[in-house]
Design a protein around this ligand. Sequence first.
Ligand code: G6Q
Length: 537
Amino acid sequence: MDLFKDFGKMKAVQKLEQLAQTPYSLTDPTSLPPERIASYRTSACGFDFLYSTQRVDKKVMQTLQELADEACLVEQFKAMKSGAIMNKIIGHESEDRPALHTACRDIFTQTPCASQATAEAKTQLARLQKFLTDLDKGIITNHQGQSFTTMVQVGIGGSDLGPRALYQALKPYCQHGRQACFIANVDPDDAADVLSGIDLSRTLVNVVSKSGTTLETLTNEQLVRSALTAAGLNPARHMIAVTGQGSPMDDPDQYLAAFHMYDYIGGRYSATSMVGGVTLAFALGYENFLELLRGGNAADLAGEQEDITQNLPLLMALLGIWNRNFLGYNTLAILPYSQALLRFPAHLQQCDMESNGKQVSRSGKPVSWKTGPIVWGEPGTNGQHAFYQLLHQGTEIVPAEFIGFRSSQYQQDIVVNNSTSQQKLLANMLAQSLALAAGRPAANPNKSFSGNRPNSLLIADQLTPYSMGALLALYEHKITMQGFCWNINSFDQEGVQLGKMLANRILSELAEKKENTQLPADAPELALLKAANLKNR
Ligand code: G6Q
């Protein structure tokens, strides 16, 4: 069966276009009865998903199911998990490989979906476990026989955002005397800031680059190597690496230890591979990293349900498509009511926009339908005191996804005016959901809330390694299922190449030692350098 169908040609799309003429109104006094709130709800992998505040009714839900069936979304998801080549553009040069990030988490069964990839993941996990045991037992130490307390992950993009977001989310689970830091930007101040706050003699530097060729990462690696040398330390004793097999960085002589990731795992989907695994397991402990994988695996299984009301990632994907393609909304706000999820919207920004910011179908043809929305967000309640004005009363309607937890992580709370801080946090989240949906008319137009601003709520008991793993994977699947539906390749990122190429041309002009490739005198790069006062020639 052909799994790659054009979105615009599907029957369900035409039906949904019709239904979108009169979407469910959330603003009538009877729009949100208790039965609706109770029934527009589903649960999976520790999360409850509440979506009565989306502009959908039974007919729309039924037609979204038809869309899922017609586009073979579950079948495509299962094909992805089994190692089918999903990362391709038919008839054109493309990466042409599977997308098997789920294999890293498929380690809890005797019959994994992609046995070879899972075997490779298990080999890396075993090496990681051995490395961590050697650290714990004092078999690997610094030159003075002291243990390592800090791991600095040097990497960028997919080799930074996911692991950083997860570390930030799970800091309360850090092993005693362990911490992680991250250097990503080629801005020298990023490295300087991190290096000034740590004891280099007790630090392991984990250089993470799938390709082993990324300018920022290789530059920062040299910077950190120089800092170690300047501190009288032997870099070979402090540096470890995670890289693709056979990459220029895959050189055991240069590193104390090296771990592999594989070309069938895309950078932005790599947080549960060794790309995130080494630093997270060092800081949080190996068992906590396994818990993260367990949560991810639960979401991987949830994605296989055919019924969209039972398949949480698919339901999230389809509601997003309803808002994007049928109601016409351009952006999506991710609003975690959890300070620990501070960097999660940034990770999703990459995961979603790099995956689904595409204008060519998997057949290499320009698409005639909208693809990925602009994704952004910040933790609440901080956002309420900043940009929520626009969410409530702006001319742009921004669908929102709230994420919250019933209990705090540290459980250090205080009762003020009869409620705890956690209760205040959650009350605000629910209030925002209702206010955006239902609105409130007022005689004074400046005080009127038009409502009908769609949103949903994802709630779990607590932010733990398990629930973080589940949350990460739920969003990964939401994004890829949308890509499957739009018939785009969610696994490549050609759109980042042009800027990189131009940066190299400009850099060759700024470089201390000139390469032979001088730009012609009328090149716009040269004019721009002069206008920016960066060059006189
Ligand atoms: C992610 C992208 C991109 C990548 C970085 C770092 O999906 O491919 O963000 O992760 O460019 O690449 P390396 O890991 O190869 O250094």
